[in-house]
Every structure is written in C-alpha cells, then in structure tokens.
Design a protein around this ligand. Structure first.
Ligand code: SF4
Length: 474
C-alpha cells in the first residue's frame, strides 16, 4: 500500500495559499543559505516544490525540485549557489500542476541575459497574455512563465521600463520577486492582494512574503511593498522605480483567517491578534453553554483562545495533531480523505468524556474534516459538540492565488448553515459574520478582498482562461 498523505487532508480541506517568495541582495553574504532559512519559515505557503536562483553578476545558478525545502536543499548543493542576489520560492499547486516544469523561480535565459521570477498570486488574464507571445517558446503551463516572458520580451530597453510597461497588462494577484544579472526587483499588483514585505539584514535589503521570514533570518521589518509599487534593489540601495496603475488596496482577508503564520505582521497587524479578536467577537455573536473551548490545531488555536477569554469558558487541549506525517502521497478519494482525518487529529478521550465541547476552527470548505472530527469526539464520549467557525461561510472560489475547490465542492455554496450542521453532525454550528471578521482585522472593509465570502471580486475575473492555465496557478 502506498503511504498516505494525511497532512494534506486538512490542507486540502481548507483554502490554501499557493506560494511563498523571498529575495535578497547582499554582496559578501551567503545569500543561498539565507534564502534557504527564509523559505523554510515560509513552508506553510507551499509544500510541493522549492527553488532558489542566485546571480553572481554574470551567471545564474539555480536548484528547483519537487518537495519540501529540507528535502530539496542540503549543505552541498547550497554551496554551489554562489553569488550576491538570490530569489527563492515555495510552491503549492493544484492537482495536475504539480510537475517539475512548474517549479519556480521561472528562469528566462536569452541574449546573454537572464530573468528569474518567483510569483505568489494568479494572473486571471494569463491566457490572453499568452496569445500575445507570438513565436515565443513556452516550457511550462504556468501563468508565472507567461508573466516572465511578457516582461522579458517587452521591447523597452531597460528592465525597469520592461517591468513597468508589461505589468500594466497583468490582471490579477501578483507579489513578485525577480532577479537579473545585477538587480533584484519586487513588485505587487495594484490591488496588493497578496502580501510582500521589505526587511533589512546587516545593511542589505531583503523581500519576503511574510515577516516571519524576516524574523527567522534576523532581518528587521522596514515596510510593505505598496500596492502597485515596483522597487529595485542594487548597489545604490532601494529605489521605487514607479507604480503599476492606481487602484485601492484590496488585501486578502483570508490571509488573516488561515493563510499566513500567526507570528507574521500583515499591514502592520499581528495575525495571531486578529485571530484572537475574531474568536472574541464570535463568542459575543454566537454564545453557547459549554464546559471546554477546544481548538482544531493549529489554525484554530488563536481564535479558540479568544473565544475562551470572551466567554469565560476554559480553553483545553483535546485534539492532538500528529506533526510527523509525510507528504509523499496525495489521495483525493473521499474514503481515504476521511480516514486521514482520524490519524491527523487524535482526541484525548479522558478529557473529552462527558463534556460539552465548543470546537473552534478557522473555516469550513468541504465539511468532510469537521464531520469526522465531530464523529471522533462523539465516539470519545463528548456530551455535546458545538462548532464555532471564525470566518464567514466560504461560498465562492478564489481566482487570486489560493487553491479553492470547484464551487460545487464548497459546502456553503449550496447548503444552508442548518443543513451543514446536520451534515457534520454537530449540536450547533455558527460562523463569524463578515462584519465581525473585518472588525477583527482592524482594516477598513474598502481595503480588503472578501470575495470568497461575499462574492464581490475586486476586478473582473472571467477572461475565458483555460483549464490548462488554471491548473497551474501559483
Ligand atoms: S477571494 Fe479574496 S479574500 Fe478570498 S482567498 Fe481569494 S484573495 Fe483572499
């Protein structure tokens, strides 16, 4: 029997981000090793492939493979990545897009030059852009390659002008770090949907998806790359070279719910505190009598603490997560997925027995994981199981770089909350209101993308893109 990727069942059950990016410009520094540590801290953003490309001013050397950061890189291969500018990428892909050709950074060589690109997000008009690349050979099916080729083949003379000119045609979410022979570029779509932050390490600049990567390598957080901002980093320091369009910020609200690490700052707001506040607000919106507030670890933990603090009901650890499950095999079949949940979360029977439990989690996507959790808690003798979800029902697909199942698999898209409650077998089920979640984020509603909850997309998303492109978004 093949090994089963238990971890992926929870992973696939919730929405999941699709990439983590990191870049560094630092002469006389082991840039590949620093990128390795940064990517390791961004592993939660992508677990199916990793890559690092390093420029020494003449040549670009790269390593890109399928697998976790720790399995792709070792002392020996990292020591071969000599240079002073590095870009790294963690990849998550949907089924079908999980191929070595789609690992990043995407590297475009030609005319004695090169352009290496790491991308987090999804270009919704990638098919249209691909059609404009007449006569240009493509090696992968990713939208990132289309984006990189569009910049590389833009007729403007300098990289700065190429990026500014080509990016005006990109529609969608993109937080990008790119490396040329002597420069590091970082830029973000005009809506700033996915995060991208700037830090400083020993006087040199670094750019990363999240501040947790800066903490890991000992860099100080400076600021976010602004929405639509294009920056270049070279021997003269950091320069904003221009803006791509002018749009209001529409930062992804789901980053706060699940995608980002709790120890990261997003828009200067600590993710853990947003989750804790969301739990507190939920306790006021959806109170229920119970003996113990428990979290579905790890993403529900901060919110469960908040729910416990606001309700006065004690917080207790009940579901123990197996953290040592391999990711070697992905089995989408329903019966295996359900079995997987049991192995991932082991409830402590002694604590559960006879209790009225309030189980807090970040979101419900298909409902199969929560159904199984309720089932095992009841088997352990729970007297009542009440589910409290710290986000609104996910009713719409994401087109901006987050893996969402087809809308028909989003349980809240076609079932009422009472029907979901019956399906998962809980005594009660309540979701946090959108208003409550926005309040917890401390950002204005007008500055957030809420589309997977509200259906209100910040831009047109239907460009007739093909399945081919969509399968390989990153
Ligand atoms: S639809 Fe918007 S809020 Fe939802 S995951 Fe995608 S970017 Fe985030």
């Amino acid at each position: 029997m093949q090994p089963v990727d238990i971890a992926r069942y929870k992973y696939k059950e919730t929405l999941h981000d699709q990439c983590g990016v990191f870049g560094i410009y630092a002469p006389d520094t082991e840039v590949a090793k620093i990128t390795y540590y940064a990517l390791h801290s961004l592993q939660h953003r992508g677990q199916e492939g990793a890559g690092i490309a390093v420029s020494d001013g003449q040549k670009l050397r790269s390593i890109r493979h399928m697998g976790l950061v720790t399995s792709v890189f070792n002392e020996e291969n990292l020591s071969k990545l000599q240079g002073f500018i590095a870009v790294g990428h963690n990849r998550y892909s949907t089924t079908g897009g999980n191929t070595p050709q789609n690992t990043q950074p995407v590297i475009i060589p030609g005319n004695g030059n090169f352009f290496a690109v790491a991308h987090n997000g999804n270009i919704v008009n990638a098919d249209l852009l691909a059609k404009k690349l007449v006569g240009v050979k493509r090696f992968s099916t990713s939208d990132t390659e289309v984006l990189a080729l569009s910049i590389f083949h833009n007729p403007k003379p300098s990289w700065e002008e190429k990026i500014l000119a080509a990016s005006k045609d990109f529609i969608g979410a993109y937080s990008i770090i790119a490396v040329t022979k002597n420069k590091l570029f970082a830029f973000r779509d005009p809506w700033g949907i996915r995060p991208l932050v700037i830090g400083k390490l020993n006087g040199y600049y670094v750019v990363a998806s999240e501040t947790c990567a800066l903490d890991t390598i000992g860099a100080n957080y400076i600021r976010d790359v602004g929405n639509g901002e294009v920056i270049s980093i070279d021997s003269s320091g950091l320069t904003t070279i221009g803006m791509i369009g002018k749009k209001p910020l529409k930062f992804c609200l789901f980053e706060y719910v699940y995608l980002a690490r709790p120890d990261s700052l997003l828009n200067d707001v600590l993710v853990h505190e947003v989750r804790q506040r969301s739990g507190k607000i939920l306790a006021h919106e959806a109170p229920v009598a119970g003996d113990l507030v428990v979290a579905v670890p790890d993403s529900g933990t901060s919110a469960a603490l908040g729910y416990s603090q606001a309700s006065g009901i004690p917080f207790g650890e009940v579901l123990i997560k197996n953290r040592y499950i391999g990711r070697t095999f992905i089995a989408p079949e329903q019966h295996i997925r359900e079995q997987g949940v049991k192995a991932k979360f082991n409830p402590m029977k002694k604590i559960v027995f006879g209790k009225r439990l309030i189980v807090v989690d970040d979101s419900i996507v298909r409902g199969t994981t929560m159904k199984k959790i309720v089932e095992v808690l009841r088997k352990c003798g729970a007297r009542e199981v009440h589910i409290r979800i710290c986000s609104p029902p996910v009713r719409h697909s994401c087109y901006f770089g987050v893996d969402t199942p087809n809308r028909k698999h989003l349980i809240a898209s076609h079932r009422k909350i009472s029907a979901i409650n019956s399906f998962i077998g809980s005594d009660s089920l309540r979701f946090l209101s959108l208003k409550g979640l926005i309040k917890a984020s401390k950002l204005k509603a007008s500055r957030l993308c809420t589309a997977c909850f509200s259906g209100k997309y910040p831009m047109k998303v239907n460009y007739g893109f093909s399945k081919n492109i969509l399968e390989n978004v990153c």
